[in-house]
Design a protein around this ligand. Sequence first.
Ligand code: KG4
Ligand code: ZN
Length: 350
Amino acid sequence: MRVLGIETSCDETAVAIVEAPAGSSPVGRILANVVYSQLTEHRRFGGVVPEIAARAHLERIDGLLTDALAEAKLELGELDGIAATGGPGLIGGVMVGVMTAKALAFAHDKPFLAVNHLEGHALSVRLTEEVAFPYLLLLVSGGHCQLLTVQGPGDYRQLGTTIDDAVGECFDKTAKLLGLGFPGGPAIERIAKDGDTQRFALPRPMWRKRGCDFSFSGLKTAVRQTVEKLPAGDKQAVADLCASFQRTVGDVLVDRCANALELAPMSTLVVAGGVAANGYLRSRLEKVAGEHGARLVAPPVKFCTDNGAMIAWAGIEHLRMGKIDALDFRPRPRWPLDARTSGAGVGSRA
Ligand code: KG4
Ligand code: ZN
């Protein structure tokens, strides 16, 4: 079974082709994986500009499709399905991906698979490693911060979510305040390696509170106030603030995951989404999982941030269940994984 996956919900235009062996083996083989990052288009604005993103997706998508098919040495007719992110995300970009996928599916008479971007992240770990359901999922990206139980594809129960900002957004804002560029996560992780994690005492919103919700706006404000007092040109102070900030985020994530592991004990804790690329946070989560008799599993770093392979993989999981979408599917700017929740995303990223 071979599925093409298109991801255009934010600032990465990505196309991949993934093959899954017939039968029950859950791990996929990546035949092609091409990503065009629009970083240079957005960098001077310090964040993603939706209209620029939509136009850039439109300009790049055809070339990336050609590249992916060439890399996989396949023709469109040899595929078994065409998947695209159907939401949530920046709607102009989602429309570009969905319309492209629908057109390909119609022209080549293939199943069209609309994938929830968050489900792409949620299942991404199964693309490269055999991870059985159910598992506990910490989904941490530029637009989301949630804890969920994953019973199977399409079957999610939300334990907690952020009441204000997403954790990736908090990394990005902190980096912007420190003049470290966009996206902020990788820069902060790199600079924090030379810093003192204890130098700055920052607030830990929701820490030691009941439940599994998150909050990051107070931390963001405290970082801004701290930055304003930093002596100009003090590189060590910047490194110390990055390290203290990252440690504070780690404290909060660990505390929330500990609650989740107590409320819904599971043998596997999965961390996914762009922030899951952070090695320091992974090691903190590994420890808390171990303390609760669970193991931590995270996708390889290149599949943490947005990519087409995770969308193709989720498409394969849908196809295996016979879950095919009609060509009148409408892109969804909001699309909660757990239908019982509002799915109100935060910020402008998915
Ligand atoms: O999943 P993703 O690529 O896009 C969304 O769906 O939002 O996540 C992007 C987010 C950005 O906020 C970025 O700063 C963050 O993931 N990120 C990181 C790291 N790499 C990316 N945050 C912390 N440490 C990293 N190494
Ligand atoms: Zn994402």
